[in-house]
Design a binder for this molecule. Structure first.
Ligand SMILES: [Zn+2]
Length: 99
């Protein structure tokens, strides 16, 4: 499967400095999620393998600020089975590590 996010990075010639948020997380059951926010954009690009039904999907949604006490950075639903996939914040500071 072609990575939509890789395509996006290539097409726009994005460099690390153009990226506000980028994370790749393994999920339970062999699921996976990758998310990218481009600086100046209000959307997050999400690529995932659903841990529930193994559907590989791509979606975008509004990128919202979250409060300091929030446990999760963002969540979204699988296109196919509507399973809610939640992405926790990384521990150890407000800045996400660039990958
Ligand atoms: Zn699913």
């Amino acid at each position: 499967m072609v990575s939509e996010i890789d395509k996006l990075i290539k097409e726009r010639g994005l460099k690390a400095g153009d990226v506000e948020y980028h994370t790749i997380r393994p999920l339970e059951n062999g699921g996976r999620v990758r998310a990218l926010v481009i600086k100046g954009e209000k959307n997050v690009h999400i690529e995932y393998i659903c841990p529930q039904c193994k559907h590989a999907g791509y979606t975008t949604q509004e990128w919202k600020e979250v409060g300091k006490g929030a446990k999760f950075r963002f969540s979204f639903k699988c296109d196919k089975c509507s399973f809610e996939i939640k992405v926790s914040k990384l521990k150890g500071g407000p800045k996400e590590k660039k990958t």
